[in-house]
Design a protein around this ligand. Sequence first.
Ligand code: COA
Length: 318
Amino acid sequence: MIYSRILGTGSHLPARTMTNADLEAIVDTTATWIFERTGIEKRHLVSEGETCCDLAEVAARRALDAAGLQPSDIDLIVVATTTPDQFFPSTACLLQQRLGIRGCPAFDLQAVCTGFVYAVSVADKFIRTGAATRALVVGAEALSRILNWEDRGTCVLFGDGAGAVVLEAADEAGIISTHLHADGSYKDLLQVPGGLGNGHPEARFMEMKGNEVFRVAVTTLGRIVDETLAAAGLSKSDIDWLIPHQANIRIIQATARKLDLPMERVVVTVAEHGNTSAASIPLAFDQAVRDGRIQRGELLLMEAFGGGFTWGSVLVRY
Ligand code: COA
């Protein structure tokens, strides 16, 4: 039996930051409102000319360094993003070119905030079937480019960044299981309506019914926790670390309560960079690996929820 294991992690945040106080000058909000409702204190934003692939490249190179690998060792690239540099080529192909490698499959995956979880699941399946041996999995976003900076209900919540992991084939898990779900009947609650051929090419900014998203997110993430533990025959107390999608501290606290997990065992980065969509889990993961909190051999539960709706989890023995 072939499994995949996580060899190295990396991440990158753009240099430009915007605090809650800075937002007070842009929309009708207060720093206190934002912090109390979301836990966010600041976010990092791309500068003019800086792109999703720029962020992805730095995160990818850091993950490769941590794994002790060269780009040429990689035989699969998956980039989860909602904000690619171009319609095509995919950000994964742009990244492949920058890393100076040729020939291996490279593609983007779009599952909004659940993108990284989807991408890890897909890469894990490539490795388990023998179709790849060393995969670079990236979550990267320049989300500020699809924010309406006049809509206080959305622009205060999101930020830009990238995170990456390198997966390698192994005799033991590694990745124990992944669980993916979607329900398109919720499409109107969180969306960028614009696209090709739907009559709204100009509607290129995010729209969200925040409190409805909040309610569905909390109940859905509770269910995915149960599903993941049951599939592995594990109990709540087996989990060493929860690495949640960083959307809102209140959603994260609700999932931690569901797991009876003290907040000290939850990796929380939402204060520092807000919701970075597909980048948020690998950003949090990398931070907790590099500061020494997460140790080899520990059991990690990653979970995410996002537009679509999509949701999912990854259970991994690090
Ligand atoms: N500053 C000040 N007031 C704001 C505001 C802001 N940035 N954004 C909204 N408000 C106002 C609303 O207009 C509303 O005013 P009203 O009562 O006069 O109508 C009031 O605050 C309460 O709005 P509501 O949406 O009910 O607040 P909430 O407690 O649900 O918090 C969110 C709003 C967006 C923080 C919260 O719903 C949330 O986090 N939802 C999930 C969003 C998310 O995570 N999306 C991504 C999923 S991956």
